[in-house]
Design a protein around this ligand. Structure first.
Ligand SMILES: [Zn+2]
Length: 349
């Protein structure tokens, strides 16, 4: 049997569910970052600071060590922004992050005005009613022009919507619809909140067992990953290694699944660091953590953002398998436990 300390799955699940229910499209992540900062106050040996860009950098300083490492996961999610207030009072959106409009069609959403409480609405096709538009409902291309937000407010023109306080540039968050059944966690934005919860749980597992990392470790909670530059900054200049913790992509031709953690060896940005990837494989084998190895065809990570920004460190990527990524996602608690065990094994190595 593995000699790793126990992982608290109840802690992972409750942290994850709380975080999923905090709207945090990229650019609007303060509350999600606050939640993580608050969670870290349970670990007084960790010091946290915000970067000027709004990421959270938490450091577990281990005296007399000289090869600091980092883990990074992101709290920002897909979402949208009000692009235009239409003459019918509805809202045209611009996407934040890479997703297809059909994945949010019919979804409830919140619109965050610059002042006051959020408004509610739903993201619909402009020709939504089958009784009115017939075949066009299935034929119409799902694009920026053919999707709109129907506000749950009495408005039929642009002036009325503006009078409510809605403006171009207001953030829009799609409802996560979190549900837990038989160990499956179904929600939007498991990418990457699942991994944020795993990082917190790894810290807790070490603390509960009276252990500490073998090197000083930076726990980096990024807030601009979905647009490509989250972890481009926020690390010390003497950083030695960076393990990006982000979801694994499941689908036809993929080896990842919802019950394991995956080591990604290559994605759209090319191969990850072979030496660090090998080290993670060996650790998983030694600690009897079953894992997958995979390649993600349309995927970039915050580790690569750091590389592109000039980060001269070894970078690898692990994370739980997430079905239907950037859609209505799902994973299983087993994958979250495996990811956390792998992080713990790495921190202790
Ligand atoms: Zn992600």
């Amino acid at each position: 049997m593995s000699d790793l300390p126990p992982i608290d799955i109840e802690y992972i699940s409750s942290s994850l569910i709380d975080l999923l229910n905090i709207p945090s499209p990229t650019g609007f992540t303060e509350k999600a970052i606050d939640f993580v900062a608050q969670s870290l106050t349970d670990f007084p040996f960790i010091s946290s600071a915000l970067t000027r860009k709004g990421a959270l950098v938490a450091t577990w300083d281990v005296p007399d060590t000289d090869s600091p490492r980092a883990l990074t996961a992101h709290v920002d999610t897909l979402g949208a922004m009000v692009k235009e207030i239409k003459s019918n009072g509805r809202l045209k959106l611009t996407k934040i992050g890479g997703f297809a409009w059909n994945t949010v069609e019919g979804e409830g959403c919140s619109i965050f005005p610059s002042e006051g409480e959020p408004f509610r609405g739903s993201c619909l096709l402009t020709k939504a009613s089958s009784h009115v538009h017939g075949a066009k409902v299935s034929e119409l291309k799902r694009d920026d022009d053919n999707m709109e937000v129907r506000l749950d407010e009495r408005t039929i023109n642009d002036d009325q919507s503006r009078d409510l306080g809605i403006q171009v540039g207001d953030f829009v968050a799609f409802d996560p619809r979190v549900e837990v059944t038989n160990g499956f966690i179904r929600s939007r934005h498991l990418d990457d909140k699942a991994c944020v919860a795993c990082m917190l749980a790894a810290i807790k597992a070490l603390k509960d067992a009276g252990l500490k990392p073998s090197q000083s470790t930076i726990f980096h909670f990024s807030n601009y990953e979905e647009v490509g530059h989250g972890a481009s900054s926020g690390f010390p200049s003497n950083l030695d290694e960076l393990v990006t913790v982000d979801m694994a992509a499941i689908g036809e031709g993929q080896s990842s699944d919802e019950f394991h953690a995956t080591l990604c060896v290559k994605d759209s940005g090319g191969p990850y660091h072979h030496g660090l990837s090998q080290k993670l494989r060996q650790l998983a084998e030694k600690k009897q953590i079953e894992y997958k190895v995979d390649i993600y065809p349309y995927y970039g990570s915050d580790g690569e953002a750091y590389w592109r920004a000039g980060g001269d460190v070894a970078v690898a990527l692990i994370g739980p398998g997430v079905d239907a990524s950037h859609n209505y996602e799902r994973t299983h608690q087993e994958a979250l436990i495996a990811t956390t065990q792998w992080l713990v094994a790495y921190l202790l190595s």
